[in-house]
Ligand binder design. Structure first.
Ligand SMILES: Cc1ncc(C[n+]2csc(CCOP(=O)(O)OP(=O)(O)O)c2C)c(N)n1
Ligand SMILES: [Mg+2]
Length: 218
């Protein structure tokens, strides 16, 4: 990032901060904190950016095209590395977290989907295409909140034709298994996939997991 660049944080990050520093690790310094629902704010931001870019002269358009090419190649290299890591553990037993995310993606991509909360130790982020602002409202906040948030997200999208997908951590559900009754009773469009990593903070077959900061999220 160029020195002097203004950094703006948009979303609910500011509201999530708690006494559990391991939830967010190092705080990133930002200049402007905007608490907003990204479903509303992101399209507005995109439209404001398009208006700005429309006024660019040829030199700026060329600079932007070069930068775009550079970012695209970094993006492709990163995704290729993740695909390679996932391929290496594809046949591992028990099933790896990477494979769980990839197999779920193969099924849900045919639907208008919403990921309710947890990301299966970030493997959903490395495998799925988050191409709409409403695809992921955010992470769970602690044990038993993933299933609760998932019910709320599914309820909010009920009637829209969307499928809410919950990569449900095992320990989280243990604290409120009765929540599943609520989902059935209110006929929520919720697909619950059990993400059973056998014990707290263990991520089987997730390369690099040992280096990742400890999180309560799955
Ligand atoms: C209501 C409540 N009880 C207990 C805890 C302590 N606690 C933190 S993480 C955890 C287990 C979480 O397991 P899981 O949801 O499978 O996530 P994982 O750590 O395996 O990724 C527990 C019991 C808590 N955070 N909240
Ligand atoms: Mg677990």
């Amino acid at each position: 990032m160029r020195p002097g660049t203004t950094v703006l944080d948009l979303g609910f990050n500011d509201l999530e901060i708690s006494s559990w520093s391991e939830d967010y690790a190092e705080l990133l310094p930002v200049d402007i904190q905007v608490s907003a629902d990204t479903v509303v704010a992101l399209p507005m931001l995109l439209s404001a950016c398009r208006d700005l870019v429309a006024q660019d002269d040829t030199a700026a358009i060329d600079r932007r095209a070069a930068w775009r090419a550079e970012v695209s190649s970094r993006h492709d290299a990163t995704w290729a590395r993740w695909r390679q890591e996932a391929a290496e553990v594809h046949d591992a037993s028990p099933v790896s977290t990477a494979r769980l995310a990839a197999e779920v993606w193969d099924v849900i991509r045919q639907h208008d989907w919403v990921l309710t909360a947890g990301t299966a130790a970030e493997w959903a982020m490395r495998t799925w295409d988050f191409d709409r602002p409403y695809r992921h409202p955010g992470r769970q906040l602690g044990t038993a909140t993933q299933i609760g948030i998932s019910l709320g997200v599914a309820l909010a999208h009920k009637g829209t034709g969307r499928l809410a997908v919950d990569l449900q951590p095992d320990g989280d559900l243990m604290f409120d298994a009765g929540a599943l009754w609520v989902a059935a009773k209110y006929e929520l469009p919720l697909l619950v996939i059990m993400f059973n990593n056998r014990r707290v903070l263990q991520r089987l077959g997730a390369p690099g997991a040992a280096r990742a900061p400890a999180r309560h999220s799955a």
